[in-house]
Ligand binder design. Sequence first.
Ligand code: IVH
Length: 685
Amino acid sequence: MANSDTPSAAEAAAQRLSELRRSLHDHAHRYYVLNDPVIADGEYDRLFQELLEIEARYPELISLDSPSHRVGGQPLAAFHPVRHKSPMLSLENVFTAGELGNFIARLRRYLKWEQELSFMVEPKLDGLAVELVYEKGVLASGSTRGDGLTGEDITAQLKTVRDIPLQLQTRQSQPFPLELQVRGEVFLSRKGFAELNRQRSEQGEPLFANTRNAAAGSLRQLDPTITARRPLHFFVYGVGNPESLEIASQEELLQELAEFGFPVNSLALLCTTEDAIQTHYSKLQELRTGFDYDMDGVVIKVNSFSLQERLGTTARAPRWAVAWKFPPSQATTRIEAVEFQIGRTGVITPVANLSPVNIDGVVVRKATLHNWDEIQRKDIRLHDTVLVQRAGDVIPEVVKVITEARNGEETVVDFPNLCPACNQPLLRKEGEAAVRCVNPNCGGQQVQRLIHFAGKSGMDFEGLGKKQVESLVSIGLLEDIADFFTLDATVLAQLDGWGERSANKVLAAIERRKRVGLARFLMALGIRHVGEVTAEALAARFGTLDALRCATLEQLLGVERIGAEVAASVHSFFQDPATSTLLERCETLGLRIMEEQTPIVQALLAHRVFLFTGTLESLPRNEAKQMVRAFGGQIASSLSRRVTDLVAGSNPGSKLAEAEKLGITIMTEKAFLRLLQEAEQHNNA
Ligand code: IVH
C-alpha cells in the first residue's frame, strides 16, 4: 500500500482534492480568462500547495484535469503523431478590398443567395494552431496542426498554458459532449517575447525571429516544464465537430466556447455588409500596434453553419472562410552607422543608425542588431539596404539585408574589443552570444542601471528620463539608486535647463513612489534575468522584500516559472553585502516597499476598474471592454467599491444611482470615447 492511512482518511483526501480542483480551476479562470480575480495571489498559491501535498501523498488520486499539470511534469522521449478526426484546414487569402468583394460575389453565386449574408470577422492571431480534445468536458489530449491531417501530441505542454481550461465550466442545463475538438491559436505576448529574447541573447542562445516562432519553439519542447515557464496564451476560434453542440452559427459557437471557459478574442464582430467588414479590418489594422499580441490580419467566416455546410471545403481550405492579411509593418532603409551601446548588465548591443523611415506612422531611426552572432548570421554590413520591422513596443529590428541593393560600398562591421564606456577589455564567454564589459565599476553600466531604475519599466519617476539622469550623474549628484531619494529641489532648480517647476515636479514624482509595490521595485533594481514576468512571480511568492532577501536558493528554485539561472542570479544579488547596504540606505531615506502588486508598465488606465451599464451607441460593449484592457484597465462584472468608473450608455438602469451613492465616477459614452482617444494618442506618442 502506498501509505498507511485509514480508508476514511483517503476518502477525506479525495473529497478535499476534488474541492481544491474545482476551486483552483475556478480561480484560474477568473484570473487568466476573465481578468477578474476574487482572491489574492497568495491565497491561490496556498490552495495550490495544499493540492500538491495531497497529490504527493496519494498519487493515485491525480486526475487528468488536475491543475498540477500546469507546472509541466516529466519530459517526453519523443512527440507522438496524432491523427485529427476531422482535418485542420488552411485558409485562402485575399489581399485587397476588391478581392474580398470577389470572394463574397463567388459565395453568393455558389449559394444562389441574394438575401443578406452575415460574416464573423475575427482577428487572425499569429501563433500556432492547436487542437484540444475534451472528453465529457475534461481535456484529454492536445496536438499541433501538423500537416492538417496528423499533428504531434503535445498534451503535457498544452496543459501548462494557463488560458486553456483543463475542464470545461459546468453547464447547468446540458451535459458536455462526449467529445469536443476545440481549435484555436497558442501565441506569445509581445512583452513575453521581448523578455524571452532578451534572456536568450544574454545566455547566448539563438533568438526567435518573431512571436510565432517563439510560440512554436515553446510548445515543441519535450520537457513541458520549459513550456510552463514561457508566457503562452490561447484564443479559441472553432471546433472540429460542431455537430456535437446545439448551435447554428459561428457567433453562437464563440459564445458557447466562452461559456465553457475559453478565452474568446473580444474583437470578433458580426458584419452583414462588405463595408462593415472593411471598416472592422481597417480599425483592427490601425489598433493592432497597441495590442500586446501579434495579429496578422482578419479571418472572415460565413456565420451560418447551414450555409457553411452547403459551401463545403476544398482539400486545402473551407470555401466559407478567407483570411485578409494586413500589410506588413516593415520598410526598407539604409544603415548609416553602427554604434555600440552598453546595457545595465554590461552586455554590448550593436545598434544600427538608419536613414529615418516611416513604419505604421512612426519614424524609425534606430534598429537593434541584437548581438555579434546576429550580425554575422544576417551578414549585415555598414551602408547596407535593409528590411526593418517594428511590432508594438518592441524595439525595431533589422530583418534581413537586401543583398540585391549592394553596390560595393558596404563595409564589414567591426566589433569593438574595449568597452565603449570604460575602455576595459570586453569578454565573451564560451558558448555565449553576448559580449560583455565585466568591470564591476564600469560607469556606463551604472548609468544604464540608474536610467532603468528611474525609467518607465522601473520606478517611473516622471520627468527623470535618460538625459536628466545622465546629466545628474555627470555632475556627481547621482551615483547609486539611493541617491534619487537625496535629491533636493533647490539644488535641482539651479541646474542648467531645470528651473523650479521641473525640479518640484520630479521631486513630487519621487516622493509619490516612495511607497512602491514589490514587483515594480524588483523590476527597477535591474537584477540580471529578472524581467517583468519573473518580478511578478517573485513578488507573488514572497510578498515582502525581507522574505525575498532571506530566500534560500531552494526556495527560489521552487517558484513557478523560475529556472536555475534566474534563481542563482536573484540569490547572489541579495547575498551581495553591497546590495544590503544599498537597500538599507534606501529604507533610511524613506523608501517603503509595499506588499501589494502594482502593474509595472504604467498603462494609462492602470488602477482603473470599469463597469458598463446601458447601451453603447458607437461600439459593441465587448469592444469597449477590450479597449479598456488594451490600455491596462480592468473590467468589473458587477457594482462594488472596486469599480472606479461607470460608463453609462442609454437606459442605464439602477446602477447609476447606486454608483453615485458609492462616489464612483460616472462617464457618458462620449467622455469614454474621448478617454480612449487620449489613451491611443498617449500610446502612439
Ligand atoms: S479558422 C477552417 N480563425 O490561421 C478554418 N484561423 O490558415 C481554419 N488563425 O494556422 C482556421 N486566427 O490557426 C481561424 N480566428 C481565426 C484564426 C485562425 C488565426 C490561424 C490558424 C491557422 C491559420 C489558417
